[in-house]
Design a protein around this ligand. Structure first.
Ligand SMILES: C[S@@+](CC[C@H](N)C(=O)[O-])C[C@H]1O[C@@H](n2cnc3c(N)ncnc32)[C@H](O)[C@@H]1O
Length: 259
């Protein structure tokens, strides 16, 4: 599943723009001081990392992700030069204890096979008083920008692959994991944005790029099935066939403090 994210430019069209938009809401909620040391776990192509640099003025930020393709794009960003990007896995972070002030896992936790191990690693590498946070689309409801495609595939009898740990994207499960990892003052909340596409074609082409589990799944359908899917998705979306498309999307967020 980690191998489904291998093209940072495609990821930017699929998700980077929404990661930044919803990431604003997370950063407002965290409300931390400038000049801190940040860790961005599963930083991908650096979309959220760039927002942290622009809005939170960190002293330093390190991004870690298993995908070389994502990290290559992250390094090419205008703001990317001031970050350090490392290939690695959330479940075994290559950092000493108490190295960071804020550790975040944006749109990642459902992809980590053992989410508790990942959160324990974030806690270990975060200093006392620091924050460990995450947010993720709630897969148990149709909350993702491309959820209408998943729902239509299910109706067509060809359910797509899901990330391995969608349970960890629920608020109750997040609270349980954060508490079990030993974090205190644990809070959860919903973050809501509007995803807006200039046309149905932009919605369709960006959400079916061969990156991520859903795009990979759609790219492997034969032409007939893919065309049928496109017709059904177009019919399922409100508004005129060729006008702009606006879809509400929401994620669950969690934060806790290290003691
Ligand atoms: C949906 S993307 C999120 C990227 C970025 N955080 C963002 O907000 O745009 C999920 C990312 O998680 C990474 N990933 C998957 N499994 C991981 C793991 N075990 N440890 C760390 N990152 C992982 C993928 O390579 C991918 O870049």
């Amino acid at each position: 599943m980690t191998g489904t994210f291998n093209d940072g430019a495609a990821y930017e069209r699929l998700m980077g723009r929404w990661s930044r938009k919803i990431g604003h809401l997370l950063l407002d909620w965290l409300d931390v001081a400038p000049g801190l040391d940040w860790l961005d776990v599963g930083c991908g192509n650096g979309a959220f990392t760039e927002e942290v640099i622009a809005r939170c003025k960190p002293h330093a930020i390190t991004g870690i992700d298993p995908s070389d393709g994502q990290l290559a794009f992250a390094r090419s960003r205008a703001e990317g030069a001031s970050a350090t990007y490392i290939v690695g896995n959330a479940m075994k972070l290559p950092f000493a204890d108490a190295s960071f002030d804020v550790s975040v896992m944006p749109l990642v936790i459902a992809f980590v096979p053992d989410p508790l191990a990942g959160v324990r690693e974030m806690k270990r590498t975060t200093r006392k008083g620091g924050i460990v946070a995450a947010y993720m689309w709630d897969f148990t409801v149709s909350s993702r920008p491309g959820a209408v495609i998943t729902d239509t595939l299910k109706k067509m009898g060809v359910p797509p692959d899901y990330p391995p740990r969608i349970d960890a994207a629920r608020q109750d499960k997040m609270r349980e994991i954060w508490t079990e990892a030993g974090l205190v003052d644990v809070e959860t909340r919903e973050l809501r944005i509007m995803t807006e596409f200039p046309s149905f074609e932009d919605f369709w082409s960006s959400n079916t790029l061969p990156v991520g589990p859903l795009g990979m799944f759609v790219s492997k359908l034969d032409d007939e099935k893919r065309n049928e899917l496109k017709r059904e998705v177009r019919a399922a979306l409100p508004g005129s066939a060729d006008g702009p498309v606006a879809i509400p999307a929401w994620a669950n967020a969690v934060k806790g403090r290290v003691v």
